[in-house]
Design a protein around this ligand. Structure first.
Ligand code: URA
Ligand code: SF4
Length: 300
């Protein structure tokens, strides 16, 4: 299930989104002006939005039917041997990946891709993990990325699996508004991609081994895009990039690093649709990312 199907109800459409964004913008500008940091701030539009307490957790952005992966493999738990021997006649399907050697091969293939389009073609052919057998198509990412900003989601949902484009539907529309109305850019100015390139069945959370397999593609994608700032959307993408398992509320609002690149995590737009009160803080994160990328704040 795609994240957008997990929203509790329509939020009022583009007008409401824009109103929320501009309210957040006004609020931030007013705060800056009050601190005397932004001489261009338009204090005549000072708003009265109160500061909300930071939330400590962000539910998964990826869908209501999320199921945690079974813990058995990471828990060191060995299944008790069955008393009957395994049937010899029905062979198990061949493994689609085979340990470190395979990972190295994938990394070499990824490193050998000279361009994003070459990498996209490699990814389209990838069968390195089990998701290859359930996907409709790979979802590599899109956007020329000339402004060197990478938005990073978690994994394709149902709609993305069908269309081949990342972050579609209502969450995608909200991301569009953030990019266009909030940041003053076009969707093609940035690049939008996911940690995982294939949809997990039923839109469950990706398994650790699926993330490990797919990481080679993502790392090369990052190298080729050469972003000044990466904006992971939601705790899963942020956690993957930063190698931590922490609530988004603890990761956002700060500049982190991934292999020397600046990372500014924020809420997933699907989460913002369910928790619109967090849009103001999301906008603060976006403005932080814009300043890292050397972009002027819209309206300043
Ligand atoms: N959620 C994501 O993080 N990415 C998508 O592409 C769709 C839903
Ligand atoms: Fe390959 Fe990534 Fe798709 Fe797995 S999820 S098959 S590693 S592209």
């Amino acid at each position: 299930m795609s994240p957008q199907s997990n929203q509790e109800g329509p939020e009022g459409g583009v007008e409401a989104e824009l109103a929320a964004l501009s309210l957040a913008l006004q609020h931030t500008l007013a705060r800056r002006a009050a601190r005397g940091q932004d001489q261009m701030a338009r204090v005549d539009r000072a708003p009265t939005v109160p500061t909300a307490p930071p939330s400590q957790s962000e539910p998964a952005a990826h869908g209501a039917t999320h199921q945690r992966p079974p813990a058995a493999e990471s828990g060191g738990h060995k299944p008790v041997a069955a008393s009957a021997p395994a049937p010899m006649t029905k062979a198990a399907p061949p493994p689609v990946h085979a340990g470190d050697g395979h990972l190295k091969g994938l990394a070499e293939k990824a490193a050998g891709a000279p361009s994003l389009e070459a990498l996209r073609a490699c990814v389209a052919d990838c069968t390195a993990c089990g998701l290859a057998s359930t996907r409709t198509q790979t979802v590599f990412g899109e956007g020329g990325g000339a402004r060197r900003i990478l938005f990073l989601g978690e994994a394709p949902g149902e709609e993305e699996d069908r269309t081949g484009r990342p972050i579609e539907g209502p969450a995608g529309s909200l991301l569009d508004d953030i990019i266009t109305k909030g940041m003053g850019l076009t969707r093609d100015d940035v690049h939008i991609a996911n940690v995982i390139k294939c949809r997990p069945p039923g839109s469950r959370d990706p398994l650790p081994e699926e993330k490990t397999q797919c990481a080679a593609w993502l790392e090369r994608q990052i190298e080729l895009l050469d972003p000044i700032v990466i904006i992971p959307l939601g705790r899963h993408a942020a956690g993957h990039l930063l190698g931590v398992d922490a609530p988004l509320g603890r990761l956002r609002g700060k500049i982190h690093e991934h292999h020397g690149r600046k990372v500014v995590p924020t809420f997933h737009p699907a989460y913002l649709l369910r928790s619109p009160q967090e849009k103001r803080r999301a906008w603060e994160d976006i403005q932080l990312a814009m300043s890292v990328a050397g972009l002027p704040s819209k309206g300043s």
